[in-house]
Design a binder for this molecule. Sequence first.
Ligand code: GLN
Length: 196
Amino acid sequence: MTPVIGVLALQGDVAEHLRALTSSGATACAVRRPRELAVVDALVIPGGESTTMWKLADIFDLLEPLRIRIKEGMPAYGSCAGMIMLADRIEGGIEGQETVGGLDLVVRRNAFGRQVDSFEADITLKGVAGGPVRAVFIRAPWVESVGDGVEVLGKVPGTDRIVAVRQGNLLATSFHPELTGDTRIHEYFVEMVRER
Ligand code: GLN
């Protein structure tokens, strides 16, 4: 069966995720409306700007439908701003900033600081075979602390900075695999969706 995976298309690097999902064996489509969300098997929340994405999700009446589907067990993958959207708690958010939630963790927004707003690193990820992935970080968050049910999949080498996690049907990375042409993380997610 070919899973139908939506990409939340309010803001951010939607086209890159659509392409990576298609290359990974899914049928990919943009999601902007509750009725579009209702028909996908799973969802990717892209990188971009979490504050803008949150405001647009509110305006488009998507926040509650997103929370409900995630609570019901829909698989979701968030990269960068998408990781922030999937976090239960944010540090460094703007006044009143809400998330969709689902991941029992604290995410720190813009965590890597100004001098290293953007950088790349090779990250070994638990469950992803074939060697480390090249990870592109752009004003990226990190995971400050995790609850018991959260599995840490990857850290920045030589540090304790958590940048990839999984909890049940939810997957999140601080970085942007959709920008490198390496589709192993999207393939991992498509496999998660197939298993469900
Ligand atoms: N700093 C952005 C935010 O807070 C995330 C950056 C990104 O997605 N590349 O949403």
